[in-house]
Design a protein around this ligand. Structure first.
Ligand code: HEM
Length: 413
């Protein structure tokens, strides 16, 4: 096992309140030691922390690194829950495309293509703008809102309900179950506290979608759920659990990530009033500023891979079977491609950031996520006058994988 480079320095500190608020100083300290850093306290029995941009890119593009992980993790939900009652949930969790390798990944990825082709996403702009205005109409007269609950999370979840073809009225119900799904997938301390409870919720989530899919067999609809039923009939899925696992993953991947990103982007703008003023004065600049907002504080900070065979990475020897934690949040603040990385600069030269990943698992709904972020920022800048947030009142989620706020109390004129 490689030696610990710096005694006491560990990514495990990411769970502390200090780094929950601002993880970037920790990322810089670890990257300064090595962009590929062995951390004995992470993973099952130590893992590589990838914090450099070039190294992260190399990981995403290397076919010798597998995305297949829950099955190999002795601390994952399988090890914690032996009860047969949860076998279906676990099989669904294991079938998600983001933890699949080719050829299964190639097959599963096809099902997510149709609804997210650029033309289909562009057609959704008008509807997303209308939904954003509607959400603000409901709260603006009161002079206060919880930005996360009333706007940032509500916008993508309303949109995802429309994409899937489920009633918007079911948004709250679906949402509460997604939280359990996210906690189980994250595999962090929160899911270990009470895995049966969360897996029970995942089971209810699966029942809800079984019912929704059943309705499409009685009467056809023009939505994502119908296209999944059709794919199933055409033999694209090997089991109902595989279909349900990927459906739930799509919904989670589309809502939590985007809602968090809208919150992170807005907090960044509030901390940089000059940039907010520029975008307010000229909203046509928002599309160009969006990738920089996502680089600056991305909502998916971490993903994992495992070495299928020995390999070299940034001068380190990675042994077969070892786990790599790719910290996109750290790579996006690497000063090498992003000079003065802690500065929000919409005019910075364009270098593709890793907020949406890279390689074969590059975010399937990235264009929709960016559009939602763009519309949210534009409508917020246009309509919310003199917004005020006390940073001490922002409640952040202590989950390092999905960086986002639980609550952002906001007042305005
Ligand atoms: C701003 C919002 C979003 C962010 C920051 C984000 C981030 C990411 C990242 C980093 C990955 C790669 C994970 C890896 O390589 O292990 C990913 C994958 C994925 N995302 Fe997103 N995402 C966003 C929005 C969405 C939306 C709106 C959808 C769908 C409606 C979506 C669906 C997916 C899917 C299906 C994958 C898996 C792709 C694969 O494994 O091939 N995402 N996302």
């Amino acid at each position: 096992m490689p030696p610990q480079s710096t005694v006491g320095l560990t990514m495990a500190d990411i769970y502390s309140p200090e780094y929950t608020v601002d993880p970037y100083p920790l990322f810089h300290r670890i990257r300064d030691v090595s962009p590929v850093f062995w951390d004995q306290r992470m993973g099952v029995d130590g893992a590589w922390m990838v914090t450099g941009y070039e190294a992260a890119l190399a990981v995403f593009r290397n076919p010798k690194l597998s995305a297949l992980r829950p099955q190999w993790n002795p601390n994952g939900p399988d090890a914690l829950v032996r009860d047969e009652e949860f076998a279906g949930q676990l099989r669904a969790l294991h079938s998600m495309m983001f933890t699949a390798d080719p050829p299964a990944h190639t097959r599963l990825r096809r099902i997510a293509r149709k609804p997210f082709v650029p033309a289909a996403v562009a057609r959704m702009r008008g509807e997303i703008e209308a939904a954003a205005h509607e959400l603000l109409d409901a709260v603006l007269p009161s002079g206060r809102m919880d930005y996360m609950e009333d706007f940032a999370m509500a916008l993508p979840s309303t949109t995802m309900c429309r994409v899937l073809g489920i009633p918007v009225a079911d948004r709250g119900l679906v949402w509460r179950r997604i939280l359990s799904w996210g906690l189980v997938v994250d595999g962090g301390p929160l899911s270990k506290e009470n895995p049966e409870y969360h897996l029970g919720k995942v089971g209810k989530y699966m029942d809800y979608f079984r019912e929704q899919l059943g309705k499409r067999r009685v009467q056809r609809t023009d939505d994502l759920l119908q296209s999944l039923v059709d794919s199933w009939d055409e033999g694209e899925f090997i089991s109902e659990e595989e279909l349900l696992g990927n459906l739930m993953f799509l919904l989670t991947a589309g809502q939590v990530t985007t809602g968090h990103q809208i919150g992170n982007s807005t907090l960044a703008l509030l901390a940089h009033p000059d940039v907010l003023a520029t975008l307010r004065a000229d909203p046509t600049r928002v599309p160009d500023a969006t990738p920089e907002l996502m680089r600056y504080d991305c909502s998916v900070q971490l993903t994992k891979r495992r070495a299928v065979e020995h390999m070299e990475l940034a001068g380190q020897r990675i042994e077969q079977g070892q786990e790599l934690f790719v910290w996109m949040g750290a790579a996006n603040r690497d000063p090498e491609p992003f000079p003065d990385p802690d500065r929000l600069d919409p005019d910075r030269p364009k270098v593709q950031n890793l907020a949406l990943g890279n390689g074969i698992h590059y975010c399937a709904g990235g264009q929709l996520g960016q559009l939602l972020n763009e519309v949210a920022v534009t409508v917020f800048a246009e309509r919310v006058r003199n917004p005020r947030v006390d940073p001490a009142e922002v409640v952040r989620k202590p989950v390092p994988t999905f960086r986002g706020a639980h609550s952002i109390p906001m007042t305005f004129d």
